[in-house]
Design a protein around this ligand. Structure first.
Ligand code: ZN
Length: 334
């Protein structure tokens, strides 16, 4: 395989998105099918009613998975759903986009570990345990200051074990620090933190303190660096520059080593039926991504920017895709 570019966190799920990815040099991505809240709910009331509920998540997840399978089934779309590591090699050699089906939140698993298996047969190879609220798997980032320090539940531990056995990627982005520590105790495989950054640079609860960066490195895991301005900078009112993203990369590499960093852009806008409801429901009308990294068509800007910051060619290869490729090899079935 030539040097790949892999994205650990992306929501762009239309055939035209896959085409742009491929044309821009993206080798593959973890596509987060749905989120643990109903972000595209038609009204704010429906969004809020669904916030702590489990209703509708399995159905919306299945529908989203079916839509992507239908796109991949059409050879004109040059897309392969990845079930094993050898699928990644096949996708690369046929020039197809490698799509790893994943989900941002564990509500699609209900309270039944056998649903991990059901999703496995649907082609799912990744679950990020939390979004912005606690669920049956564990506590999320907004629970971090609660006095009893909630973390992974017993059900959550069973989910980790079953995902390890099947060969699915465990993702702890948005989880509480205690949940992440608990997952690291239970897992027998490297884990992912798919869209995050340094909290020393940008103090947002989704980002990681230095000891958490080192824990991820000790596990052989990967942290996908976020491109969203407020996670890069720690403030909401300014658009980040590509140099700010590179500074995040540099900091994480200094703390955790060159093997711990990957890309976690979290692009989500550009789908008309989702955008307006999502931005209104989640109060994020001011959201921006770093200049020069606003969609996958701009991914080619990263290599020169990393080079200018002093990263060697082989270091840049690891950041752009080599580290995630290693995680895929370590976790997915052969
Ligand atoms: Zn997210």
């Amino acid at each position: 395989m030539t040097t790949p570019i892999y994205l650990a966190h992306d929501h762009m799920d239309l055939a035209e998105d896959f085409r742009r990815d491929l044309e821009s040099g993206v080798t593959g991505k973890i596509l987060h099918l749905t989120i643990d809240s109903w972000i595209e709910a038609p009204t704010r009331e429906q969004y809020e009613a669904a916030y702590y509920s489990y209703d509708g998540y399995l159905e919306r997840g299945l529908a989203a998975a079916a839509r992507v399978h239908r796109i991949a089934a059409d050879p004109a779309n040059s897309t392969r759903i990845i079930r094993s590591y050898s699928d990644l090699e096949a996708a690369a050699s046929e020039g197809h986009l490698a799509v790893i089906l994943g989900n941002e939140g564990g509500k699609i698993l209900g309270s039944d570990v056998s649903l991990v298996d059901a999703w496995w047969w649907m082609g799912l190879r990744h679950v990020q345990f939390n979004w912005a609220m606690r669920n049956l798997i564990g506590a999320c980032q907004s629970n971090e200051d609660e006095p009893d320090r909630p973390g992974l539940t017993e059900f959550g531990a069973e989910v980790v074990q079953r995902m390890n056995e099947l060969g699915m990627i465990v993702d702890v982005s948005h989880s509480a620090p205690q949940t992440i520590r608990d997952v690291l105790q239970v897992t027998g495989k490297p884990i992912l933190n798919s869209h995050s950054g340094s909290r020393e640079i940008a103090d947002k609860p989704q980002n990681l303190w230095d000891d958490q960066v080192r824990d991820m490195a000790d596990n052989g895991g990967v942290i996908g660096v976020h491109f969203c301005s407020r996670l890069v900078l720690g403030v909401n009112d300014r658009q980040a520059e590509i140099e700010d993203v590179v500074q995040q990369v540099r900091y994480l590499v200094d703390k955790g080593g060159i093997d711990v960093v990957g890309l976690g852009p979290d692009w989500v806008l550009g789908k008309p039926e989702r955008d307006n409801n999502y931005l209104r429901n989640t109060d994020q009308t001011d959201i921006t991504w770093a200049k020069g990294l606003e969609d996958s068509g701009e991914i080619g800007n990263l290599r020169p920017a990393l080079g200018e910051a002093g990263f060697s060619g082989s270091e840049t290869d690891k950041i752009l895709g080599g580290n995630l490729q290693r995680l895929f090899r370590d976790v997915l079935p052969a």
